[in-house]
Ligand binder design. Sequence first.
Ligand SMILES: CC(C)(COP(=O)(O)OP(=O)(O)OC[C@H]1O[C@@H](n2cnc3c(N)ncnc32)[C@H](O)[C@@H]1OP(=O)(O)O)[C@@H](O)C(=O)NCCC(=O)NCCS
Length: 178
Amino acid sequence: MIIPERQWETSRLTARPPLESDAEIVFEEYACDPLVTRYMTWQPHRSIGDTLVYLRRCEQVWKDGSAYPWSLWLKETGDLAGFVEIRVGSTSVNVGYALVSRHWRKGLMTEALTAVIELCFSQSSIFRVWATCDIDNIASAKVLEKVGMVKEGVLRRWLVHPNLSDKPRDAYCYSIVR
Ligand SMILES: CC(C)(COP(=O)(O)OP(=O)(O)OC[C@H]1O[C@@H](n2cnc3c(N)ncnc32)[C@H](O)[C@@H]1OP(=O)(O)O)[C@@H](O)C(=O)NCCC(=O)NCCS
């Protein structure tokens, strides 16, 4: 079990735990956007109330150690860039992530995930970092390949992505090991 750093940075991003006080910007820039949620397991938020529930959960999971989410912020402008989250097992870490859509295709998630993988492997107990993505989520699959992950196969009927179907869909499983 690891307890990761609360704050870290890359050349263009700073990362810190999400806070309830971020609700307005998170709702407006990110959580209400159907482009962002298309391949996620949740539907676009309809009100700041939905976003507050999400942010309270972020604070709770940091306390109980079931997951460690970070909000990502652009150093240059202070804009919200997105989120990345790790769920820690005894020897492996599962990672999830999403960016504000106007910050897509600038290499930001490749940059953030590279730092997250380094942070995970700096813990001697962690040997595997892995992620899944819907088989149609080309952007996500490309990011995982760019950070050095290897496609292990297809997890059939893995997860419901409610913005696409109410039935579980196939997903790719990617990992990097040491
Ligand atoms: C997936 C996501 C995080 C990618 O982040 P990003 O910062 O835009 O990705 P990067 O800029 O680091 O791009 C990495 C590679 O993917 C490619 N790529 C990015 N978006 C793409 C798209 N829509 N179609 C095809 N390729 C794409 C980039 O061109 C780049 O490859 P290249 O360097 O060879 O050109 C972003 O699209 C996103 O937030 N999507 C919505 C949420 C989501 O699906 N999260 C993942 C759930 S598993």
